[in-house]
Design a protein around this ligand. Structure first.
Ligand code: NI
Ligand code: MN
Length: 226
């Protein structure tokens, strides 16, 4: 599986003909490594409704017909206000299966309102694709239940926010990495805007000193193969 970082919290997971786009905030993202028009996902998954995650989901889904998976309140908005038809609407704990894999929504501690005002709870995403499991934590602070996710499915790659202010900072993210216990950790949600500037290399050193996880710091546009 290829994991391509597109800036902020946006990633594309691809394997064969499956291209999963997570949190497609591209328009207005100063770190975006692609434009919305350049992407052709087969699936789009959302962690929550904030504009820096919801992003271009409507335009990309309308153009491509990609299946969107979002928590039930956001899924309802996508269908009723935006006219999307290929939408799955799980709640926390729900699993949506697709060709070659599945995605499950797990808790995250944060808030969630879409640009149009739909309120929901936020989620993390556990994505299983062709034998590998990726856990995108979404926007969250540190909380102890992060450790439960890896008990069910060993996590190959954890995508962890480190920028602070709106999420956990790089210090709490070290403890989060300990709790998740992934083989590889990829940091995200930092350096996009001044309030979330941080030192990703220091995060890497701390995680690799305190845990058995390896940290891969991706620049926007770079790909990590699992
Ligand atoms: Ni948020
Ligand atoms: Mn965010």
């Amino acid at each position: 599986m290829d994991i391509r970082f597109l800036g902020h919290a946006c990633f594309e997971l691809s394997e064969g003909d499956t291209r999963i786009l997570i949190d497609p905030f591209l328009t207005g993202n100063p770190k975006a490594a692609a434009s919305a028009a350049e992407l052709s996902p087969t699936h789009i998954f959302l962690t929550h409704g904030h504009g820096d995650h919801f992003g271009d989901v409507v335009d990309i889904a309308k153009r491509t017909g990609a299946q969107v998976v979002a928590i039930v309140e956001i899924a309802g908005e996508l269908q009723e206000q935006h006219g999307l038809e290929n939408v799955a609407d799980p709640n926390l704990g729900g699993t949506v299966e697709f060709d070659g894999g599945w995605v499950r929504l797990v808790p995250a501690w944060h808030t969630s309102t879409t640009p149009s005002g739909t309120v929901s709870v936020p989620a993390g995403l556990v994505v299983h694709l062709n034998g590998k499991t990726v856990y995108h934590l979404g926007d969250t602070c540190l909380f102890s239940d992060l450790q439960l996710v890896g008990r069910r499915d060993p996590i190959d790659v954890a995508i962890i926010p480190i920028g602070g202010h709106y999420t956990m900072d790089r210090h709490d993210a070290v403890t989060a990495a300990e709790l998740v216990g992934a083989g590889t950790v990829i940091p995200c949600h930092y350096d996009t805007f001044p309030p979330i500037e941080t030192d990703a290399q220091a995060f890497k050193q701390d995680v690799e000193a305190k845990t058995s996880s390896k940290v891969v710091v991706l620049q926007p546009g770079e790909t990590h193969a699992v």
